[in-house]
Design a protein around this ligand. Structure first.
Ligand code: BGC
Ligand code: BGC
Length: 461
């Protein structure tokens, strides 16, 4: 059986974070408020009333964090850019101090031999755009493309590959349908125009990036969906959920069409949001790489309540993370083979842009995280051996951080422990494990053209 040491030569090792989860400094250097500043101020929205106002204070401590990355031997670092640092109200004038931060960050990464992989949108929409309707408003897609042009013009000379959106599924469903994330809307299926407008924004931004000679990826949260039983009712429910979670976000980009939404009771034109020509704008720019964020599979049964066409049920036979998510490494292999079978030659090379688990702080010495990472990387190597083209792996996350609705303390995803009182960083056992894995893999499969030096970066995407 192939294992993680068999991943191909030149395979890119990375770690991932996101702006609002680590930066802090929310009122500094002209940053405008985002929907997450507003939402975290809402009583009861976030566990223990936490916010990302300070988080890991990465805005000031990024040199220390880059030193930690260098210690791991990373090829790449995935982070996100806070739109409201670049354009405080999401449109119009540029804030030079905000751009300058990402400029310093990119240069410091490159000095450390680490390729920056920025995500343009990881859920922190400028509040001023939300006040106009946010992603429910079609104009937001056009504002997003303008913002993409601003940052690409400044950083594109040094950063070859870009991710447009992070997980439009989670942002739409948690943020606009269920209201557990910012902006806290509870529109149920009527939230789906927000999905279409994000995809439209992706397509418009992809054209902007391609015009500048840059590579484009999109990071989707994908989950293999399994019916709770072989019954027709469970199977139909599983198909409906697969449509909502996976195909709604991947088919338009890779195939240029939406899946059949009738099982969700959603009209084909997504409540009037889809206009003639939109699918071309989404599909035609093409994708140089599909980012896959994978955490767990989903088991689905026939609905018991009349509102939704499915019920999500537990997978009791699997171990669970601190978050209660089932741990099923082979589901990652199945997910990747399923992508290849579904999309065939329309599937671009894949990069795992998030994978990891939260471990309770009391659990020492971090063995559950090491087990999670090791077993998922073995499953990944098996998918590669079975022919799926996977170019890299960015673990979530470098640091413990602001875990959205769960606040700061309860769900710790970091290879590095963060004490949020003192900002002290302490590498965990998984940090040393990942460092050693990267070194051992490089020794066994030296990057092409590497004659024993530090690991020559190859182009991603
Ligand atoms: C999913 C994860 C996702 C998370 C968002 C979970 O239910 O399984 O994949 O990242 O929700 O917080
Ligand atoms: C998100 C991250 C999040 C992680 C764990 C993904 O849904 O992109 O921001 O922290 O999963 O929930």
């Amino acid at each position: 059986m192939p294992d993680r040491y068999d991943l191909p030569a030149g395979f890119r090792w990375g770690a991932a974070t996101a702006a609002y989860q680590i930066e802090g400094a929310v009122a500094e250097d002209g940053r405008g408020p985002s929907v997450w500043d507003t939402f975290t101020a809402r009583p009861g929205a976030i566990r223990d009333g936490h916010t990302g106002a300070v988080a890991c204070d990465h805005y000031h401590r990024y040199p220390e964090d880059i030193a930690l990355m260098k210690g791991l031997g990373l090829d790449g670092y995935r982070f996100s850019i806070a739109w409201s640092r670049i354009q405080p109200v999401g449109s119009g004038p540029v804030n030079p101090a905000g751009l300058a931060f990402y400029d310093r960050l990119a240069d410091a990464l490159l000095d450390a031999g680490i390729t920056p992989l920025p995500t343009l949108f990881h859920w922190d929409l400028p509040q001023a755009l939300e006040d106009e309707g946010g992603w429910l408003d079609r104009d937001t897609a056009y504002r997003f493309a303008e913002y993409a042009a601003i940052v690409a013009d400044r950083l594109g000379d040094r950063i070859p590959a870009w991710i447009t959106l992070n997980e439009p599924f989670v942002h739409t469903v948690f943020g606009y349908a269920m209201g557990v994330h910012a902006p806290g809307r509870t529109l149920m299926f009527e939230a789906l125009p927000a999905a279409h407008h994000q995809l439209l924004g992706h397509g418009l931004a992809a054209s902007v990036l391609h015009d500048r000679g840059l590579e484009v990826m999109l990071s989707n949260n994908l989950t293999p969906v399994e019916p709770a039983s072989p019954s027709a009712a469970d199977t139909a429910a599983a198909q409906a959920y697969d449509t909502l979670h996976n195909r709604l976000f991947t088919d338009p980009v890779l195939l240029g069409r939406y899946p059949d939404l009738s099982a969700l009771g959603v009209p084909d034109d997504i409540y009037g949001a889809v206009r003639p020509g939109d699918l071309d704008l989404i599909h035609a720019p093409g994708l140089d790489g599909l980012g896959v964020n994978y955490y767990n599979p989903t088991r689905v049964a026939a609905p018991t309540d009349p509102v939704l066409p499915f019920d999500l049920v537990d997978i009791p036979d699997a171990p669970h993370t601190a978050f209660g998510w089932p741990v099923v490494p082979d589901a990652l292999r199945r997910l990747l083979l399923g992508l290849r079978d579904t999309y065939g030659t329309a599937l671009p090379p894949v990069t795992i842009t998030e994978n990891g688990c939260s471990v309770a702080e009391s659990t020492a010495p971090d063995q559950p995280r090491i087990d999670y990472l090791a077993t998922h990387l073995d499953a990944l190597a098996q998918a590669v051996a079975e022919g799926v083209d996977v170019r890299g792996y960015y673990t979530w996350s470098l640091l413990d951080n602001f875990e959205w609705a769960e606040g700061l303390f309860s769900q710790r995803f970091g290879l590095v422990h963060v004490d949020f009182e003192t900002q002290k960083r302490t590498p965990r056992a998984s940090y040393a494990w990942y460092r050693d894995l990267i070194a051992a893999h490089r020794a066994r499969r030296p990057p092409v053209g590497d004659h024993g030096g530090g690991g020559t970066p190859v182009t991603s995407g």
